[in-house]
Design a protein. Structure first.
Length: 82
């Protein structure tokens, strides 16, 4: 199980968080349909460091940007998502 270090609540187990997806730039609202299709359905499966969004849903409800290594699930960094 992952341990995420919430900046406000301290280290907590993964069960307290809700995964919010990969931290990928969102297209403009008026972007063409193929751009939106790629954003929603086509994702790389990177090996190594990867940025993700998590919400501390069972705690302070803060959204966090988590940098995690997908090879071994090591959490590299946690910061408040802005």
């Amino acid at each position: 199980m992952l341990i995420l270090d919430c900046p406000y609540c301290g280290p907590r187990v993964q069960a307290e968080f809700t995964y919010g997806g990969a931290d990928v730039p969102r297209p403009a609202p008026d972007a063409p349909a193929d751009t939106w299709f790629a954003y929603v359905y086509l994702r790389d499966n990177p090996k190594g460091a990867h940025d993700e969004l998590w919400q501390h849903s069972a705690g302070c409800r803060t959204w966090l940007r988590v940098r995690r290594d997908t090879r071994n699930h090591d959490v590299i960094a946690v910061e408040v998502a802005r």
